[in-house]
Design a binder for this molecule. Structure first.
Ligand code: ADP
Length: 175
């Protein structure tokens, strides 16, 4: 079981499941959501998302990956940052936990995450990275999910460096 960080484009990851930073309507949008819809195939992914009937903040739902190398897309809805006093950290942690569980239920053994909520939704990137790493570590250590690889995909250098620092610090799953 490993958690690793890479700098790159999540649509290019060769893993069983990639996570999308979606919105409650699962209607497609900008940022990573738009990139995933383009790469997977807009029409077919839109139809699959419509059939799911939306998704609550903090939850995650799956569709096929269509034209992606990944077999599945896990659509997770992160919180909008509203200053930090509105349960944002718990909702963001819930996205990471629920995405792991949904992926495991589909039999995925590898999964890649973008930095959920850190773009249009405005979550401070360094804090979001801490939530991501601590939640992934605690969930994977406490729950047998059969997931062997978790890849954190950073779209910018600062996020990538932050992941590397956090992953190098002692934790239950550090090397
Ligand atoms: P949110 O609405 O949850 O904030 P965004 O898509 O606006 O979602 O941004 C989430 C993060 O995804 C940002 O850090 C952004 O830089 C990053 N991102 C955008 N495009 C990609 C991509 N193709 N691959 C990986 N990360 C991406």
């Amino acid at each position: 079981m490993a958690i690793e960080a890479v700098r790159g484009d999540i649509t290019r990851q060769e893993v069983d499941a990639i996570v999308n930073a979606a919105n409650q309507g699962l209607a497609g949008g900008g940022g990573v959501d738009g990139a995933i819809h383009r790469a997977a195939g807009r029409a077919q992914l839109r139809a699959a998302c419509e059939a799911l009937g939306g998704c609550a903040t903090g939850d995650a739902k799956a569709t096929p990956g269509f034209n992606l190398a990944a077999q599945w897309i896990i659509h997770a809805v992160g919180p909008r940052w509203r200053g930090g006093g509105h349960g944002e950290a718990e909702l963001l942690a819930s996205c990471y936990r629920r995405s792991l569980v949904v992926a495991a239920e589909l039999g995925a053994r590898s999964i890649a995450f973008p930095a959920i909520s850190t773009g249009i939704y405005g979550y401070p990137a360094a804090e979001a990275a801490s939530v991501a790493v601590s939640t992934l570590r605690s969930t994977l250590a406490s729950t047998p999910l059969g997931i062997e690889l978790v890849r954190l995909v950073a779209f910018d250098d600062a996020t990538f460096e932050r992941y590397r620092e956090l992953l190098a610090a002692p934790g239950p799953l550090s090397p």
